[in-house]
Ligand binder design. Structure first.
Ligand SMILES: Cc1cc2nc3c(=O)[nH]c(=O)nc-3n(C[C@H](O)[C@H](O)[C@H](O)COP(=O)(O)OP(=O)(O)OC[C@H]3O[C@@H](n4cnc5c(N)ncnc54)[C@H](O)[C@@H]3O)c2cc1C
Length: 281
C-alpha cells in the first residue's frame, strides 16, 4: 500500500494579525507549522500502514523553508518526503497548486504506484478546501471528502469502506482504490514522535523537485500564469459592538429569564410592539 499525504506549511493562524492600515497579513515573527488538518490525514495514513503495511510519502509544494514541515512528518513516522519548489510556482492559486501537486503525484507513481492520496479537509490560511478535489479530478481518482472514519480496507480486493460526514447524518461509502481522501478534524490523535524517528527526520535526505523534476512542461498552468483567481481585498472583520451580558434570575428560572429577555428586547427596540401589532393586523 503506497500512500501519499499532501501537507502544507502554514503560518500559525492563532498568531496572525492583519495590518490595520494596509489590510495586509502581518507574517513577521509568526511561526510556521504543519497545517493542523493535515496531521489527521498523516495519522490515518500511518495507521493504515501499521495495519496492512506499505509506505507513506509526504508531499508539499512550497518555498525551501517548507522542508521543516516535511521533517516534522518524518519524525511522526512517514517514510519519504518530497518538496516541490520552484520560483515558477510563485503566486499559485488553488487551480495551479492542484495542477502542480497532481503532476508530482504522477511522477511519484512512476517509481511505486500510489493507492491512496490524503489531503486535509482544508488549510488554516487559504481555507478553500479546493486543493484535494482539484488533485482528484486531475488524476481521475475516486474522491472521498469529509471522511470521519475508515471502516475497512481490503488491500487484496483493493476496496475501501469509509464513513463521511454529510448533511443530517453519516454516509457509508465503498469504493475501489486508488482514491483521494480528505480527512475531517478530530478523527484521530496524532502520535508522538519517537526518539528514533526524530533522529531519522533530522538526517533524512528530503527529495527536492523543481518544475521539471515534478514532470511539468506547461508553465502556463502553474504559478501566477496558471492562476485565474484574483484576491481583490483582505480585511479584518470589525469586532462586534454587542457585548455579552450575564443575567441572573431567581425562582422559576426559565420563566423569569424569558420575561427578562422579552422586556429587554422591547426596551432596546421601542417600536417593536407597534411593528408586531401592524404585522398581525
Ligand atoms: C491569486 C492568488 C495568489 C496566491 N499567491 C500565493 C503566493 O504567492 N504564495 C503563497 O504561499 N500562496 C499564494 N496563494 C495562496 C495559495 O493559492 C494557496 O495557499 C494554495 O492554493 C492552497 O490553497 P488553500 O490554502 O486554500 O488549500 P486548501 O484547498 O484549503 O487545502 C486542502 C488540502 O490540500 C493540501 N494542500 C494545499 N496546499 C498544499 C500545498 N502547497 N502542498 C501540499 N498540499 C497542499 C493540504 O492537504 C490541505 O489540507 C495565492 C492565492 C491566490 C488566490
Amino acid at each position: 500500500m503506497h500512500i501519499v499525504v499532501c501537507i502544507k506549511q502554514v503560518p500559525d493562524s492563532a498568531q496572525i494579525r492583519v495590518h490595520p492600515v494596509t489590510n495586509t497579513i502581518m507574517r513577521q515573527g509568526v511561526p510556521a507549522i504543519v497545517n493542523p488538518y493535515d496531521l489527521f490525514s498523516l495519522e490515518e495514513a500511518l495507521q493504515i500502514k501499521d495495519r496492512v503495511g506499505g509506505r507513506v510519502t509526504v508531499l508539499t509544494m512550497g518555498p525551501p523553508q517548507a522542508e521543516a514541515a516535511l521533517r516534522k512528518c518524518i519524525s511522526f513516522g512517514a517514510d519519504d518526503a518530497i518538496l516541490v519548489t520552484d520560483r515558477a510556482f510563485a503566486g499559485a492559486d488553488t487551480l495551479a497548486t492542484s495542477y502542480a501537486l497532481a503532476a508530482a503525484i504522477r511522477q511519484i507513481s512512476r517509481d511505486l504506484a500510489v493507492d491512496i492520496v490524503f489531503t486535509g479537509k482544508q488549510t488554516i490560511d487559504g481555507d478553500t478546501a479546493q486543493v484535494g478535489p482539484g488533485i482528484a479530478k486531475r488524476l481521475e481518482l475516486q474522491l472521498l471528502t469529509y471522511v470521519s472514519k475508515i471502516e475497512s480496507l481490503d488491500a487484496t480486493r483493493r476496496e475501501i469502506v469509509i464513513q463521511r460526514r454529510a448533511e443530517g447524518g453519516v454516509q457509508v461509502l465503498q469504493t475501489k482504490l486508488p482514491c483521494l481522501i480528505t480527512m475531517l478534524e478530530g478523527t484521530n490523535e496524532m502520535r508522538f514522535a519517537s526518539m528514533e524517528n526524530m533522529f531519522r527526520a533530522a538526517r533524512y535526505p528530503i527529495r527536492v523537485w523543481d518544475r521539471a523534476a515534478a514532470g511539468i512542461d506547461d508553465i502556463s498552468k502553474i504559478g501566477l500564469k496558471g492562476s485565474p483567481t484574483v484576491v481583490s481585498k483582505v480585511f479584518a472583520p470589525k469586532a462586534s459592538e454587542i457585548r455579552a451580558e450575564i443575567i441572573e434570575t431567581e425562582g422559576n428560572e426559565a420563566r423569569d429569564l424569558a420575561v427578562t429577555l422579552v422586556g429587554k428586547l422591547f426596551t432596546k427596540h421601542p417600536k417593536l410592539g407597534e411593528a408586531i401589532v401592524k404585522q398581525a393586523a
